[in-house]
Design a protein around this ligand. Structure first.
Ligand code: F6R
Length: 614
C-alpha cells in the first residue's frame, strides 16, 4: 500500500522524510523516493527499500541535504511494474513540479491521451504521472495562478481516488496537499509541519494532528496551514490529540494484521471493482486481458492452477466460469498439475492464481503450460511479481499488501476478479446485457453486506469461546459454498492448529459422518437456495449423533434456528456472490478461536507468507 510523508520547517528534511518512510514500511511497498525543495526541486527515487534509498542518497553527491522541505513516498505498484521510473515522486517535464500520489486515477488513460496531444511526454507507466503534467499544463497556460489554484483546477478533471502532495520550484515555500478516498494527516509542530498518509510517521514529532476529509485540500507553509475544499470553500478544522502508540497505528487499531485485513474487505472489494465496473448498465472491462479476450472466449477448456487459499478461489471460479461463460473448467493443485503429464495445447487457457505471485509450484505450472502452447492468464495481488511478469496477460486483485500469513482479503479479491472475468466472457454468448447488469448489481451490494457481517464480531467471539478446546471441526457447504467450506477449514487449521476438514455437505454420509459425536463441531453454510432442504437434513443427521452445529444462514431463516446450536445470520444474496459473504464469518470465527487459544495468528507456526520452495 503506498505511503506518503511530507515535511516543511527549519530542520534538514531528508532525515525526517526517510525516517517517516521507514515508519510506513509496515504497509508493504516495492519502491521509495523523495523530492525536496531547495529553490529548485531535487528528486531521488528507486525500486527497493527505504534503507537502500538512504544508502544511495549518502553515496550521491547531491545537495538535497540542505533542504528544509520535501515530500516522500513508498510505492506499492498498481499501474506499471515496480521500477525506478515508476517510483514516485513524478515530475513535470522541466523538473519544476514534483508530485506523490496514493490511490488510482480512473480516467488516466483519457487524460494521458489528451496531455500527449498537447506535447507532454511521459516518463513512467503510472496513472499518477498524468496528475503532474495536468497541473503543469494548467499552470503553464495561466502562470498568474497560485500553485494551489493550479492543483485545484487539475483535480476537477480527475476521476478516481487520490491523496497527493505537490511541491514546486515555481512556488518554493509551500506544500499543496489534497485527498479524495485516500487518507492524509497534517501534523502540527512548532514552526514545522508534517504530512503523512497515516499518523505513524508523525507521532514521534508531534501528537497534534489535523485529519483532512474527502474533497479537501490544504496549503502548508512554515507559518501555518489553511484548508479548503476542492470546490474552494474554506474549512475550519479541529485539531486531534493522538493518544496511541506506533504499533497500534500500524495495525490500524486492530490487535493483529489478520483482523485488520478481515475488516478492510469492504474497501478492498471496492478497489477490485474500481475502474472496471459500471453497475448500472452492465459494463465490465478488464484492461489486462483485453487483447486476449477472443482467444479466452474461444478456449476449448480453461484449467485453473493454484495452491492453498488461491486454489479455493479457483474452485469458486470453476462454478462461476461454467455458469456464466459456459466454458468447461478444470481446477488443479499447481503442485499436481506440474508433475503429471497434462494434456494441454494452444486451444486451452490456463489461469494461474497467486496472491504473492511467487509461489514456486504455481510458477512451475505456469511455465509448463506455456511450454505446451496454452495461453496463460494470471490473477495476482503483488504487481510486478514473477508470476505477473511471466503470464501472457492478467488481472491484478488490488487488495493491497496482505501481511497476515492467513490469506483473507486477497481471497475475496481473487473471487471478485473471477466473477468479473466470468461476466466479461459471458457477454454476447450466454448472458444478456440485462443479466450482466443484474449480476453486477448483486456484486455492487456485497461490500455493504460485508460491513453488516463484520458487525457480528462480538457474537462470533462469543461462539468462538465455546470451541476453544475443540480438537476437530468439520465444515460443510454445497455448490458455490463447497469451496468456502474448504477455505473455512483451512483458515481454522492453519492459525489455531485445530484439525479441520471441509466437505461438500452431501458427501458427509459417504464417510465423515462416522466422526460425528459430541466432540465434533460442524460448521454448516446453510445458504437459502435450492439445496437448503438437503442441508437441513444434514444438520438433523449431525444433531441426532450429538454433534454441535454452528450455522451460517440467511436472515429470516427460522428453521435453522430450531436445529443449530448457534446461527450466524448474514444478508441473503444471489448464489454466485454468496461465497464473498459466507467466508467472512468463517474468517472471524477462525481468528477468534486462534487468538483465544493464544496462537500468533499473524505468524502461525511452520508457515511462510510466500512459499517460494517446492
Ligand atoms: C492460506 C494461505 C496459503 C496460500 C498459498 C498460495 O491462508 O495463505 O494457502 O493461499 O500458499 O499462496 P499464493 O496465493 O501467494 O500463491
Amino acid at each position: 500500500m503506498c505511503g506518503i510523508v511530507g515535511y516543511i520547517g527549519s530542520r534538514p528534511a531528508v532525515p525526517i522524510l526517510l525516517g517517516g518512510l521507514k515508519r510506513l514500511e509496515y504497509r508493504g511497498y516495492d519502491s521509495a523516493g523523495i523530492a525536496v525543495g531547495n529553490g529548485s526541486v531535487g528528486v531521488f527515487k528507486q525500486k527497493g527499500s527505504v534503507g537502500a534509498l538512504e544508502v544511495a542518497l549518502q553515496a550521491s553527491s547531491s545537495m538535497l541535504g540542505d533542504a528544509t522541505m520535501g515530500i516522500g513516498h513508498t510505492r506499492w505498484a498498481t499501474h506499471g511494474d515496480p521500477s525506478d521510473r515508476n517510483s514516485h515522486p513524478h515530475t513535470s517535464m522541466d523538473g519544476s513540479i514534483a508530485l506523490i500520489h496514493n490511490g488510482i486515477i480512473e480516467n488516466y488513460s483519457a487524460l494521458r491521451t489528451e496531455l500527449r496531444s498537447q506535447g507532454f511526454e511521459f516518463a513512467s507507466d503510472t496513472d499518477s504521472e498524468v496528475l503532474v503534467h495536468l497541473i503543469d499544463s494548467i499552470w503553464s497556460s495561466c502562470p498568474e495562478l497560485s500553485m494551489e489554484e493550479a492543483v485545484r483546477k487539475a483535480l476537477h478533471h480527475v476521476d478516481g481516488a487520490y491523496g497527493i502532495c505537490v511541491i514546486s520550484g515555481r512556488d518554493p515555500q509551500r506544500i499543496v496537499v489534497a485527498r479524495k478516498g485516500s487518507p492524509l494527516v497534517i501534523g502540527l509542530g512548532d514552526g514545522e509541519f508534517f504530512i503523512a498518509s497515516d499518523a505513524a510517521p508523525i507521532v514521534e514529532h508531534t501528537k497534534k494532528v489535523v485529519y483532512l476529509s474527502d474533497g479537501e485540500m490544504a496549503v502548508v507553509t512554515r507559518d501555518g496551514y489553511h484548508v479548503k475544499t476542492v470546490g474552494n470553500e474554506a474549512r475550519e478544522k479541529s485539531v486531534t490529540e493522538l493518544d496511541f502508540d506506533l504499533e497500534e497505528i500500524e495495525k490500524g487499531g486492530f490487535e493483529h494484521f489478520m483482523l485488520k485485513e478481515i475488516f478492510e474487505q469492504p474497501v478492498t472489494m471496492q478497489e477490485v471493482m474500481r475502474g472496471r465496473v459500471r453497475h448500472e448498465d452492465g459494463f465490465v472491462r478488464l484492461g489486462g486481458i483485453e487483447d486476449y479476450l477472443d482467444r479466452i472466449r474461444d478456449a476449448r477448456r480453461i484449467v485453473i492452477c493454484a495452491c492453498g487459499t488461491s486454489w479455493h478461489a479457483g474452485l469458486i471460479g470453476e462454478y462461476l466460469l461454467e455458469e456464466f461463460a459456459r466454458i468447461p473448467v478444470e481446477v488443479d493443485y499447481a503442485s499436481e498439475f506440474r508433475y503429471r503429464n497434462p494434456i494441454l495445447d494452444e486451444h486451452d487457457v490456463v489461469i494461474v492464481i497467486s496472491q504473492s505471485g511467487e509461489t514456486a509450484d504455481t510458477l512451475a505450472a505456469l511455465r509448463l503450460a506455456k511450454e505446451k502452447g496454452a495461453l496463460v492468464v494470471g490473477i495476482c495481488n503483488v504487481v510486478g511479481s514473477t508470476i505477473a511478469r511471466e503470464t501472457h496477460c492478467g488481472m491484478y486483485t488490488h487488495a493491497g499488501p496482505e501481511i497476515g500469513v492467513a490469506s483473507t482479503k486477497a481471497f475475496t479479491a481473487q473471487v471478485i476478479v473471477l466473477y468479473l472475468l466470468s461476466l466479461v466472457l459471458s457477454k454476447d454468448r450466454s448472458l444478456s446485457r440485462h443479466d450482466i447488469s443484474l449480476y453486477l448489481r448483486e456484486l455492487g451490494e456485497v461490500p455493504e453486506k460485508v460491513s453488516r457481517i463484520l458487525e457480528l464480531n462480538d457474537q462470533i467471539l462469543e461462539i468462538a469461546r465455546e470451541y476453544v478446546d475443540s480438537r476437530n471441526c468439520l465444515y460443510l457447504g454445497r455448490g458455490y459454498n463447497f469451496p468456502v467450506a474448504l477455505e473455512g477449514a483451512l483458515k481454522l487449521k492453519e492459525i489455531s492448529y485445530i484439525h479441520a476438514e471441509g466437505y461438500p455437505a452431501a458427501e458427509m454420509k459417504h464417510g465423515p459422518i462416522a466422526l460425528i459425536d459430541e466432540d465434533m463441531p460442524v460448521v454448516f453454510i446453510a445458504q437459502q437456495d435450492a439445496t437448503h432442504g438437503k442441508i437441513l437434513s444434514n444438520v438433523e443427521e449431525v444433531r441426532s449423533r450429538k454433534g454441535r452445529v454452528i450455522a451460517v444462514a440467511n436472515e429470516g431463516d427460522e428453521e435453522i434456528a430450531r436445529l443449530a446450536d448457534h446461527v450466524i445470520y448474514i444478508p441473503s444474496a444471489a448464489a454466485p456472490v454468496t461465497p464473498l459473504l459466507n467466508v467472512i464469518p468463517l474468517q472471524m470465527l477462525s481468528y477468534h478461536i486462534a487468538t483465544l487459544r493464544g496462537c500468533n495468528v499473524d505468524r502461525p507456526r511452520n508457515l511462510a507468507k510466500s512459499v517460494t520452495v517446492e
